[in-house]
Design a protein around this ligand. Structure first.
Ligand SMILES: [Ca+2]
Ligand SMILES: [Ca+2]
Ligand SMILES: [Ca+2]
Ligand SMILES: [Zn+2]
Length: 437
Protein backbone atom coordinates (compact mmCIF):
# COMPACT_ATOMS: atom_id res chain seq x y z
CA UNK A 1 0.00 0.00 0.00
CA UNK A 2 1.17 3.48 -0.59
CA UNK A 3 1.39 5.06 2.82
CA UNK A 4 2.18 8.61 3.74
CA UNK A 5 2.69 10.14 7.13
CA UNK A 6 -0.07 12.52 8.08
CA UNK A 7 -0.16 13.71 11.65
CA UNK A 8 -0.29 10.71 13.93
CA UNK A 9 -1.51 8.28 11.34
CA UNK A 10 -0.32 6.90 8.09
CA UNK A 11 -2.77 6.96 5.29
CA UNK A 12 -2.78 5.81 1.79
CA UNK A 13 -2.50 8.43 -0.85
CA UNK A 14 -4.63 8.41 -3.90
CA UNK A 15 -2.32 7.56 -6.70
CA UNK A 16 -3.11 7.67 -10.34
CA UNK A 17 -1.78 4.94 -12.48
CA UNK A 18 1.22 6.14 -14.37
CA UNK A 19 0.41 6.42 -18.00
CA UNK A 20 3.47 5.23 -19.79
CA UNK A 21 4.12 6.43 -23.26
CA UNK A 22 4.91 3.73 -25.71
CA UNK A 23 8.44 3.99 -26.96
CA UNK A 24 10.88 1.90 -28.87
CA UNK A 25 11.57 -0.27 -25.84
CA UNK A 26 8.07 -1.69 -26.23
CA UNK A 27 8.47 -3.89 -29.23
CA UNK A 28 5.20 -4.48 -30.98
CA UNK A 29 5.93 -8.19 -31.10
CA UNK A 30 6.85 -8.59 -27.43
CA UNK A 31 4.30 -10.00 -25.06
CA UNK A 32 3.47 -7.59 -22.28
CA UNK A 33 3.37 -8.46 -18.59
CA UNK A 34 2.41 -6.05 -15.85
CA UNK A 35 4.25 -5.16 -12.69
CA UNK A 36 1.54 -4.30 -10.24
CA UNK A 37 1.57 -2.74 -6.81
CA UNK A 38 -1.27 -0.89 -5.12
CA UNK A 39 0.91 2.23 -5.17
CA UNK A 40 1.87 2.28 -8.80
CA UNK A 41 -0.96 0.42 -10.45
CA UNK A 42 -0.18 -1.56 -13.57
CA UNK A 43 3.11 -0.83 -15.30
CA UNK A 44 3.51 -2.67 -18.62
CA UNK A 45 6.78 -4.49 -19.19
CA UNK A 46 7.80 -5.94 -22.54
CA UNK A 47 8.49 -9.58 -21.71
CA UNK A 48 12.08 -10.56 -22.36
CA UNK A 49 13.02 -7.07 -23.52
CA UNK A 50 13.05 -5.22 -20.22
CA UNK A 51 14.80 -7.37 -17.67
CA UNK A 52 14.56 -6.36 -14.03
CA UNK A 53 16.15 -9.21 -12.06
CA UNK A 54 19.97 -9.28 -12.08
CA UNK A 55 21.47 -12.32 -13.77
CA UNK A 56 24.10 -12.67 -11.04
CA UNK A 57 23.47 -14.78 -7.91
CA UNK A 58 21.42 -13.16 -5.12
CA UNK A 59 23.10 -10.98 -2.50
CA UNK A 60 21.54 -12.99 0.28
CA UNK A 61 19.41 -16.09 0.68
CA UNK A 62 17.13 -17.23 3.45
CA UNK A 63 15.31 -20.55 3.81
CA UNK A 64 12.64 -21.23 6.42
CA UNK A 65 10.23 -24.14 6.58
CA UNK A 66 11.03 -25.14 3.00
CA UNK A 67 10.54 -21.68 1.54
CA UNK A 68 13.62 -19.97 0.08
CA UNK A 69 13.82 -16.22 -0.46
CA UNK A 70 16.54 -14.97 -2.82
CA UNK A 71 17.27 -11.35 -2.00
CA UNK A 72 18.64 -8.91 -4.56
CA UNK A 73 19.60 -5.50 -3.16
CA UNK A 74 19.96 -2.86 -5.86
CA UNK A 75 21.31 -0.42 -3.25
CA UNK A 76 24.28 -2.76 -2.85
CA UNK A 77 24.72 -3.46 -6.55
CA UNK A 78 24.42 0.16 -7.62
CA UNK A 79 26.49 1.57 -4.72
CA UNK A 80 23.81 4.02 -3.65
CA UNK A 81 25.18 4.26 -0.09
CA UNK A 82 21.58 4.63 1.15
CA UNK A 83 18.69 2.39 2.12
CA UNK A 84 19.64 -1.28 2.31
CA UNK A 85 23.27 -0.67 1.30
CA UNK A 86 25.84 -2.18 3.64
CA UNK A 87 27.46 1.23 4.13
CA UNK A 88 24.17 3.10 4.66
CA UNK A 89 23.46 4.22 8.25
CA UNK A 90 20.58 1.79 8.76
CA UNK A 91 21.41 -0.62 5.94
CA UNK A 92 22.46 -3.69 7.97
CA UNK A 93 19.56 -3.16 10.40
CA UNK A 94 17.09 -2.85 7.55
CA UNK A 95 18.43 -6.06 5.98
CA UNK A 96 18.11 -7.89 9.29
CA UNK A 97 14.57 -6.67 9.98
CA UNK A 98 13.52 -7.64 6.46
CA UNK A 99 14.97 -11.11 6.95
CA UNK A 100 13.13 -11.50 10.25
CA UNK A 101 9.89 -10.66 8.50
CA UNK A 102 10.68 -13.21 5.79
CA UNK A 103 11.51 -15.80 8.47
CA UNK A 104 8.09 -15.25 9.98
CA UNK A 105 6.46 -15.51 6.55
CA UNK A 106 8.32 -18.73 5.75
CA UNK A 107 7.52 -20.28 9.11
CA UNK A 108 3.86 -19.35 8.85
CA UNK A 109 3.15 -19.75 5.14
CA UNK A 110 4.03 -23.44 5.40
CA UNK A 111 4.50 -23.53 1.64
CA UNK A 112 7.72 -24.91 0.16
CA UNK A 113 9.28 -23.27 -2.86
CA UNK A 114 11.38 -20.30 -3.91
CA UNK A 115 10.66 -16.60 -4.34
CA UNK A 116 12.99 -14.02 -5.86
CA UNK A 117 12.68 -10.72 -3.99
CA UNK A 118 14.07 -7.57 -5.61
CA UNK A 119 14.82 -4.69 -3.26
CA UNK A 120 14.87 -1.86 -5.74
CA UNK A 121 16.97 1.29 -5.28
CA UNK A 122 15.69 3.04 -2.18
CA UNK A 123 14.16 6.48 -2.06
CA UNK A 124 15.25 9.05 0.51
CA UNK A 125 13.05 12.05 -0.24
CA UNK A 126 10.61 11.35 2.59
CA UNK A 127 7.64 12.19 0.37
CA UNK A 128 4.94 9.98 -1.10
CA UNK A 129 4.87 6.34 -0.15
CA UNK A 130 6.59 4.95 2.90
CA UNK A 131 7.13 1.82 0.88
CA UNK A 132 5.39 -0.28 -1.72
CA UNK A 133 5.66 -3.75 -3.13
CA UNK A 134 3.98 -5.92 -5.69
CA UNK A 135 4.19 -8.77 -8.14
CA UNK A 136 3.56 -9.51 -11.82
CA UNK A 137 0.46 -10.42 -13.83
CA UNK A 138 -0.11 -11.27 -17.47
CA UNK A 139 -2.80 -9.85 -19.70
CA UNK A 140 -4.71 -13.13 -19.82
CA UNK A 141 -8.38 -12.93 -18.77
CA UNK A 142 -9.22 -14.62 -15.48
CA UNK A 143 -8.73 -14.37 -11.73
CA UNK A 144 -4.93 -14.44 -11.77
CA UNK A 145 -2.80 -15.59 -8.83
CA UNK A 146 0.13 -13.28 -9.62
CA UNK A 147 3.72 -14.41 -10.05
CA UNK A 148 4.41 -15.25 -6.37
CA UNK A 149 1.50 -17.59 -5.85
CA UNK A 150 1.96 -19.01 -9.34
CA UNK A 151 5.57 -19.96 -8.66
CA UNK A 152 4.73 -21.51 -5.28
CA UNK A 153 1.90 -23.60 -6.67
CA UNK A 154 3.47 -24.54 -10.03
CA UNK A 155 7.15 -24.69 -9.04
CA UNK A 156 8.24 -22.54 -11.96
CA UNK A 157 8.61 -18.86 -12.71
CA UNK A 158 5.67 -17.73 -14.86
CA UNK A 159 7.55 -15.08 -16.82
CA UNK A 160 11.04 -16.52 -17.06
CA UNK A 161 14.31 -15.98 -15.19
CA UNK A 162 14.62 -12.22 -15.60
CA UNK A 163 11.68 -11.21 -13.44
CA UNK A 164 11.40 -11.29 -9.68
CA UNK A 165 8.27 -12.53 -7.93
CA UNK A 166 8.22 -9.63 -5.45
CA UNK A 167 9.62 -6.13 -5.89
CA UNK A 168 9.92 -3.73 -2.96
CA UNK A 169 10.68 -0.01 -2.81
CA UNK A 170 11.29 1.71 0.53
CA UNK A 171 11.61 5.44 1.20
CA UNK A 172 14.29 5.65 3.88
CA UNK A 173 13.64 9.36 4.38
CA UNK A 174 11.05 8.41 6.98
CA UNK A 175 11.26 8.07 10.76
CA UNK A 176 11.68 4.29 10.65
CA UNK A 177 12.10 2.12 13.67
CA UNK A 178 14.82 -0.18 12.36
CA UNK A 179 15.32 -1.90 15.70
CA UNK A 180 13.73 -5.02 17.10
CA UNK A 181 12.12 -3.13 19.98
CA UNK A 182 8.80 -1.35 19.88
CA UNK A 183 8.66 1.83 17.79
CA UNK A 184 8.52 5.20 19.49
CA UNK A 185 5.37 7.31 19.21
CA UNK A 186 6.75 9.21 16.23
CA UNK A 187 8.22 6.21 14.48
CA UNK A 188 7.01 3.91 11.75
CA UNK A 189 7.74 0.28 12.48
CA UNK A 190 9.81 -1.10 9.60
CA UNK A 191 8.94 -4.75 10.19
CA UNK A 192 5.23 -3.95 10.34
CA UNK A 193 5.31 -2.11 7.01
CA UNK A 194 7.51 -4.76 5.36
CA UNK A 195 5.07 -7.51 6.38
CA UNK A 196 2.18 -5.49 4.96
CA UNK A 197 3.94 -4.71 1.68
CA UNK A 198 5.29 -8.20 1.10
CA UNK A 199 1.80 -9.55 1.70
CA UNK A 200 0.71 -7.40 -1.25
CA UNK A 201 3.65 -8.93 -3.14
CA UNK A 202 2.28 -12.39 -2.37
CA UNK A 203 -0.84 -11.43 -4.31
CA UNK A 204 -3.06 -9.81 -1.68
CA UNK A 205 -4.25 -7.03 -3.97
CA UNK A 206 -7.21 -6.02 -6.11
CA UNK A 207 -6.71 -5.20 -9.78
CA UNK A 208 -9.94 -3.21 -9.99
CA UNK A 209 -10.02 0.45 -10.96
CA UNK A 210 -12.51 3.05 -9.75
CA UNK A 211 -15.22 1.88 -12.14
CA UNK A 212 -14.76 -1.85 -11.60
CA UNK A 213 -12.68 -2.36 -14.71
CA UNK A 214 -9.29 -3.98 -14.61
CA UNK A 215 -6.23 -1.78 -14.25
CA UNK A 216 -4.37 -4.24 -16.49
CA UNK A 217 -6.62 -5.29 -19.35
CA UNK A 218 -10.27 -6.23 -19.83
CA UNK A 219 -11.34 -9.23 -17.72
CA UNK A 220 -8.01 -9.47 -15.86
CA UNK A 221 -8.58 -9.62 -12.13
CA UNK A 222 -6.77 -11.06 -9.12
CA UNK A 223 -7.59 -14.08 -7.02
CA UNK A 224 -8.52 -11.59 -4.30
CA UNK A 225 -11.13 -9.90 -6.51
CA UNK A 226 -13.26 -13.04 -6.61
CA UNK A 227 -13.97 -12.60 -2.87
CA UNK A 228 -15.07 -8.95 -2.99
CA UNK A 229 -18.80 -8.89 -2.37
CA UNK A 230 -21.65 -6.52 -1.54
CA UNK A 231 -22.36 -7.30 2.08
CA UNK A 232 -26.11 -7.10 1.59
CA UNK A 233 -26.89 -10.47 0.03
CA UNK A 234 -23.19 -11.31 -0.26
CA UNK A 235 -23.26 -10.70 -4.02
CA UNK A 236 -19.87 -10.99 -5.72
CA UNK A 237 -18.76 -7.83 -7.54
CA UNK A 238 -16.58 -9.70 -10.01
CA UNK A 239 -17.83 -12.82 -11.70
CA UNK A 240 -18.58 -14.68 -14.89
CA UNK A 241 -16.23 -16.34 -17.32
CA UNK A 242 -14.11 -14.52 -18.17
CA UNK A 243 -14.64 -12.41 -15.07
CA UNK A 244 -16.00 -8.90 -15.35
CA UNK A 245 -17.46 -6.30 -13.01
CA UNK A 246 -21.01 -7.40 -12.25
CA UNK A 247 -21.69 -5.08 -9.32
CA UNK A 248 -23.08 -1.57 -9.24
CA UNK A 249 -20.73 1.38 -9.56
CA UNK A 250 -21.98 2.64 -6.20
CA UNK A 251 -20.81 -0.57 -4.50
CA UNK A 252 -17.18 0.46 -4.92
CA UNK A 253 -17.65 3.46 -2.63
CA UNK A 254 -20.43 2.06 -0.45
CA UNK A 255 -18.56 1.31 2.77
CA UNK A 256 -20.54 -1.91 2.52
CA UNK A 257 -18.24 -4.52 1.01
CA UNK A 258 -17.30 -7.81 2.61
CA UNK A 259 -15.01 -10.75 1.89
CA UNK A 260 -16.93 -13.82 0.76
CA UNK A 261 -14.16 -16.40 1.25
CA UNK A 262 -14.81 -19.15 3.81
CA UNK A 263 -11.36 -19.23 5.41
CA UNK A 264 -11.34 -15.51 6.22
CA UNK A 265 -14.82 -15.90 7.71
CA UNK A 266 -13.75 -18.89 9.81
CA UNK A 267 -10.43 -17.45 10.95
CA UNK A 268 -11.94 -14.04 11.67
CA UNK A 269 -14.18 -15.86 14.11
CA UNK A 270 -16.71 -13.07 14.61
CA UNK A 271 -19.64 -14.83 12.96
CA UNK A 272 -19.65 -12.19 10.25
CA UNK A 273 -17.73 -11.74 7.01
CA UNK A 274 -14.79 -9.34 7.45
CA UNK A 275 -15.23 -5.99 5.75
CA UNK A 276 -13.34 -4.91 2.63
CA UNK A 277 -12.16 -1.30 2.42
CA UNK A 278 -14.54 0.74 0.24
CA UNK A 279 -14.51 4.38 1.40
CA UNK A 280 -17.05 6.90 0.10
CA UNK A 281 -14.39 8.38 -2.17
CA UNK A 282 -12.48 5.83 -4.25
CA UNK A 283 -8.93 5.63 -2.91
CA UNK A 284 -6.68 4.36 -5.67
CA UNK A 285 -4.29 1.80 -4.22
CA UNK A 286 -6.29 1.44 -1.02
CA UNK A 287 -9.88 0.62 -1.96
CA UNK A 288 -10.59 -3.12 -2.27
CA UNK A 289 -6.98 -4.15 -1.63
CA UNK A 290 -7.35 -4.01 2.17
CA UNK A 291 -9.61 -4.93 5.04
CA UNK A 292 -12.05 -2.27 6.20
CA UNK A 293 -9.70 -0.29 8.43
CA UNK A 294 -11.05 0.44 11.88
CA UNK A 295 -13.82 -2.13 11.52
CA UNK A 296 -11.80 -5.31 11.95
CA UNK A 297 -12.10 -6.67 15.49
CA UNK A 298 -8.57 -6.88 16.86
CA UNK A 299 -7.09 -5.16 13.80
CA UNK A 300 -5.11 -6.73 10.97
CA UNK A 301 -1.90 -6.34 9.00
CA UNK A 302 -3.80 -5.75 5.78
CA UNK A 303 -5.77 -2.72 6.90
CA UNK A 304 -4.90 0.27 4.71
CA UNK A 305 -3.63 2.44 7.54
CA UNK A 306 -1.66 1.98 10.71
CA UNK A 307 -0.98 4.48 13.46
CA UNK A 308 2.57 5.58 14.10
CA UNK A 309 4.15 3.86 17.07
CA UNK A 310 2.14 0.74 16.36
CA UNK A 311 3.75 -2.61 15.72
CA UNK A 312 1.99 -5.50 14.06
CA UNK A 313 4.59 -8.02 13.03
CA UNK A 314 2.38 -11.08 12.70
CA UNK A 315 -0.65 -11.69 10.54
CA UNK A 316 -3.97 -11.49 12.35
CA UNK A 317 -6.26 -14.52 11.99
CA UNK A 318 -8.28 -12.65 9.36
CA UNK A 319 -5.12 -11.98 7.33
CA UNK A 320 -4.29 -15.68 7.45
CA UNK A 321 -7.83 -16.61 6.43
CA UNK A 322 -7.66 -14.21 3.51
CA UNK A 323 -4.36 -15.67 2.35
CA UNK A 324 -5.80 -19.19 2.57
CA UNK A 325 -8.79 -18.11 0.48
CA UNK A 326 -6.58 -16.68 -2.26
CA UNK A 327 -4.61 -19.91 -2.45
CA UNK A 328 -2.02 -20.21 0.32
CA UNK A 329 -3.62 -23.39 1.62
CA UNK A 330 -0.45 -24.43 3.49
CA UNK A 331 -1.27 -21.73 6.03
CA UNK A 332 -4.12 -23.86 7.31
CA UNK A 333 -1.66 -26.45 8.51
CA UNK A 334 -1.57 -29.41 6.21
CA UNK A 335 -1.87 -31.98 8.97
CA UNK A 336 -4.34 -32.65 11.75
CA UNK A 337 -2.66 -32.51 15.16
CA UNK A 338 -3.82 -36.06 15.81
CA UNK A 339 -1.80 -37.22 12.79
CA UNK A 340 1.54 -37.40 14.53
CA UNK A 341 3.43 -39.09 11.70
CA UNK A 342 1.81 -36.76 9.14
CA UNK A 343 0.73 -39.41 6.65
CA UNK A 344 -2.80 -38.01 6.20
CA UNK A 345 -4.17 -41.08 7.98
CA UNK A 346 -5.35 -41.47 11.56
CA UNK A 347 -3.92 -44.71 12.92
CA UNK A 348 -5.37 -46.59 15.90
CA UNK A 349 -2.61 -45.36 18.21
CA UNK A 350 -3.14 -41.77 17.02
CA UNK A 351 -6.86 -42.15 17.68
CA UNK A 352 -6.24 -43.66 21.13
CA UNK A 353 -4.21 -40.59 22.09
CA UNK A 354 -7.20 -38.31 21.47
CA UNK A 355 -9.50 -40.79 23.25
CA UNK A 356 -7.15 -40.34 26.19
CA UNK A 357 -7.81 -36.56 26.09
CA UNK A 358 -11.55 -37.28 25.85
CA UNK A 359 -11.43 -39.62 28.85
CA UNK A 360 -9.36 -37.11 30.83
CA UNK A 361 -12.08 -34.47 30.37
CA UNK A 362 -9.44 -31.92 29.33
CA UNK A 363 -5.98 -31.44 27.90
CA UNK A 364 -3.37 -28.69 28.07
CA UNK A 365 0.01 -27.70 26.67
CA UNK A 366 3.26 -29.32 27.71
CA UNK A 367 5.80 -26.86 29.10
CA UNK A 368 8.13 -27.78 26.26
CA UNK A 369 6.50 -29.15 23.09
CA UNK A 370 9.08 -31.93 22.97
CA UNK A 371 8.15 -33.21 26.44
CA UNK A 372 5.35 -35.39 25.06
CA UNK A 373 4.61 -37.17 21.80
CA UNK A 374 2.40 -34.35 20.54
CA UNK A 375 3.13 -31.38 22.82
CA UNK A 376 -0.05 -31.89 24.86
CA UNK A 377 -0.77 -33.35 28.29
CA UNK A 378 -4.06 -35.08 29.22
CA UNK A 379 -6.10 -33.53 32.02
CA UNK A 380 -6.75 -30.05 33.30
CA UNK A 381 -3.81 -27.66 33.34
CA UNK A 382 -3.14 -23.94 33.31
CA UNK A 383 -0.89 -23.87 30.27
CA UNK A 384 -2.94 -22.92 27.22
CA UNK A 385 -0.14 -21.07 25.44
CA UNK A 386 0.20 -23.54 22.57
CA UNK A 387 -1.97 -23.95 19.50
CA UNK A 388 -5.17 -25.86 20.39
CA UNK A 389 -5.48 -29.45 19.17
CA UNK A 390 -7.19 -29.70 15.80
CA UNK A 391 -9.84 -31.97 17.36
CA UNK A 392 -10.82 -29.18 19.73
CA UNK A 393 -12.80 -26.82 17.53
CA UNK A 394 -16.51 -26.84 18.40
CA UNK A 395 -16.10 -25.04 20.66
CA UNK A 396 -12.38 -24.56 21.20
CA UNK A 397 -12.32 -24.96 25.00
CA UNK A 398 -9.41 -27.28 25.86
CA UNK A 399 -11.90 -30.13 26.17
CA UNK A 400 -12.43 -32.87 23.57
CA UNK A 401 -16.16 -33.50 23.43
CA UNK A 402 -17.81 -36.68 22.15
CA UNK A 403 -18.87 -35.03 18.90
CA UNK A 404 -15.33 -33.73 18.37
CA UNK A 405 -13.99 -37.23 19.01
CA UNK A 406 -16.50 -38.73 16.57
CA UNK A 407 -15.15 -36.47 13.84
CA UNK A 408 -11.70 -37.99 14.33
CA UNK A 409 -13.18 -41.49 14.37
CA UNK A 410 -14.74 -40.64 11.02
CA UNK A 411 -11.27 -39.88 9.64
CA UNK A 412 -9.96 -43.10 11.23
CA UNK A 413 -12.73 -45.16 9.62
CA UNK A 414 -12.39 -43.56 6.21
CA UNK A 415 -8.70 -44.34 5.77
CA UNK A 416 -7.57 -40.77 5.36
CA UNK A 417 -8.22 -37.05 5.62
CA UNK A 418 -6.80 -33.91 4.10
CA UNK A 419 -6.78 -30.18 4.79
CA UNK A 420 -9.44 -28.47 2.67
CA UNK A 421 -9.58 -24.83 3.81
CA UNK A 422 -11.02 -23.72 0.47
CA UNK A 423 -14.07 -26.00 0.66
CA UNK A 424 -17.38 -24.31 -0.15
CA UNK A 425 -19.24 -24.49 2.12
CA UNK A 426 -16.42 -24.81 4.63
CA UNK A 427 -16.21 -27.99 6.69
CA UNK A 428 -16.60 -27.85 10.45
CA UNK A 429 -12.87 -28.17 11.14
CA UNK A 430 -11.14 -27.24 7.87
CA UNK A 431 -10.44 -30.89 7.03
CA UNK A 432 -12.16 -33.25 4.61
CA UNK A 433 -12.66 -37.01 4.64
CA UNK A 434 -10.42 -39.12 2.40
CA UNK A 435 -6.85 -38.95 1.18
CA UNK A 436 -5.93 -36.04 -1.02
CA UNK A 437 -5.85 -37.14 -4.63
CA1 LIG B 1 9.48 9.03 -1.78
CA1 LIG C 1 -0.98 -40.83 10.91
CA1 LIG D 1 -13.77 -28.72 22.42
ZN1 LIG E 1 -1.44 -1.76 1.46
Amino acid sequence: MPKSVSGKSIMIQAILIAVLAMDSAFSAAAETVYRFSPATGAVPVALGVEKTLPAEPPDDTLTRNGLTFNLYYMDIRNHTHVGFANDAPGGPDAQNRLKEVLQYIGDTLNTPGTLDVLLMESETDGAGYLAYAGTYYSGAPGFQPGASLYRLTHGSKPFGPTYEEIFVVVDFGRPWNLGTGAPGGGQVDFMTVMLHEITHGLGFVSLSNSTGGSQIAPNVYSVLDQFVARRTGMVSLFGGSPPSFVGNLADLTSNDLAWSGPAAFAHYGQGVAPGVYAPATWAQGSSLSHWNTGHIVGGAVMEHAIAMGVMRRQWAPVDIGGLIDIGFVGLAGSYHSADQDQDNQISLSELLRVIQFFNSAAYHCAENPGDTEDGYIPGTGANHSCAPHASDYNPQNWVISLSELLRLIQFFNSGGYHACPGEDPPTEDGFCVGLLK
